[in-house]
Design a protein around this ligand. Structure first.
Ligand code: FE2
Ligand code: FE2
Length: 385
């Protein structure tokens, strides 16, 4: 299966990863054949990409680190809480309609699934639209922060639960920031930026006044924009003054923001985001940062890549600890991109070959001359096996 941008979808392609709507209802199920209408609908919903069956790697499944259903339920739980909180006047003590038990169950599910799969690399992006951005972002931050904690070890189950629940609500305070500021395309004025910087404190005030999270989880909300060098906000805390739980969430938050499409810029592909993160050693705890970097595939399964030898193929596997050394199924020689019998090269431990380039979908269609006709004829119904 491969991730394909919605603009490149064609009728006849087969959905491989279910698509849910804003309310967590199933929109397109796995195995469904795409029709023109569905593609239109995806465009209208502003969904950037989906996962479909692929002619080149029909046998390769991309596994998410948590179940689709869990992700959908968690996204919906965050949405319900944020929308409910938004309806309340600031300072009100009415009490959120907060299904504490249900929320805790979802956090537990995420924690359990991540503990059960420590060898899974983060290979897959969640399917989100601009409407679901904050909710999907919150779930992803929970997944990434917990990945760091589980990889490092030494955190109790209670702490893992606090990381999960604090992450899911880390941006709760944004409900108090006008949407014109949050969705602004250009750079923020000083005043607007000052307003944005209030969201950790506002979120913290909401959960504290309503007593919906314990102290450690609430501190994640308050401190997720603090940086170890003291240049964060709101309190410019440094090093040990920042809770370790908030430090992990801070790293997760930045990585997820870098890889997402925002109103003012397109998201970076994982290999670029990793490069950017690697230079951020002084503002984050380095062990925590390394723990995350080891779990994120720079070239996720399904990415077309060119090796230093010139050969072109598709990533079929990634291994924890080797984010830049995927296993690649080669389809084209380096010379004139001639088609060869598919064979696989594992880059772990190879010093003679590295990934030189990752192709965007536009490049796949435009630059690799063989690929487009193959994709056009080879996908969906009657695909060549
Ligand atoms: Fe934030
Ligand atoms: Fe965030």
């Amino acid at each position: 299966m491969r991730r394909i941008p919605v603009w490149a979808l064609k009728p006849g392609m087969i959905v491989e990863k279910p698509v849910y709507d804003l309310k967590g209802r199933l929109l397109l199920n796995r195995g469904l054949e795409l029709k023109k209408d569905y593609i239109h609908h995806l465009k209208r919903m502003d969904i950037p990409f989906i996962y479909v069956q692929d002619h080149f790697i029909p046998d390769v499944k991309v596994e998410d680190v948590i179940l689709d259903e869990t992700r959908a339920r968690a996204t919906n739980a965050v949405r319900t809480i944020l929308e409910e909180a938004r309806r309340q006047p600031p300072g009100s003590n009415l009490g959120l309609v907060f299904e504490q038990k249900q929320f805790e169950e979802i956090v537990d599910e995420i924690v359990d699934q991540l503990i059960d799969n420590p060898e899974l690399m983060i290979n897959m992006a969640d399917i989100r639209s601009s409407d679901t951005y904050t909710f999907a972002h919150s779930v992803n931050v929970a997944v990434l922060a917990l990945t760091i904690a589980i990889a490092l070890g030494g955190f109790s189950r209670k702490q893992l639960t606090q990381i999960g629940s604090g992450s899911l609500l880390h941006d709760l305070g944004k409900i108090r920031i006008p949407l014109e500021i949050l969705n602004k395309k250009g750079p923020l004025t000083r005043e607007e930026f000052g307003r944005v910087q209030e969201h950790p404190r506002e979120g913290y005030d909401i959960v504290s006044s309503q007593g919906i999270l314990d102290k450690n989880a609430a501190s994640i909300i308050l401190q997720h924009h603090e940086r170890t060098d003291g240049n964060g906000y709101p309190y410019h805390l440094q090093e040990e003054e920042i809770s370790p739980l908030a430090k992990m969430v801070a790293i997760a938050d930045v990585y997820d923001a870098l890889t997402s499409d925002r109103p003012y810029r397109k998201g970076f592909p994982p290999h670029k985001a990793l490069e950017i993160m690697e230079t951020m050693g002084d503002i984050f705890d380095n062990d925590m940062l390394q723990a995350l970097l080891g779990h994120i595939a720079a070239y996720p399964v399904g990415t077309f890549v060119q090796l230093s030898s010139g050969e072109v193929g598709i990533v079929v596997k990634n291994r924890v600890g080797f984010p830049r050394h995927p296993r690649v199924r080669i389809f084209f020689t380096g010379k004139d991109l001639e088609e060869v019998a598919p064979h696989e090269i594992d880059l772990v431990g190879r010093e003679d070959k590295t990934v030189k380039k990752a192709f965007s979908e536009k490049e796949v269609i435009n630059i690799i001359p063989h690929v487009f006709p193959l994709l056009k004829n080879g996908l969906g119904k009657g695909s060549k096996k």
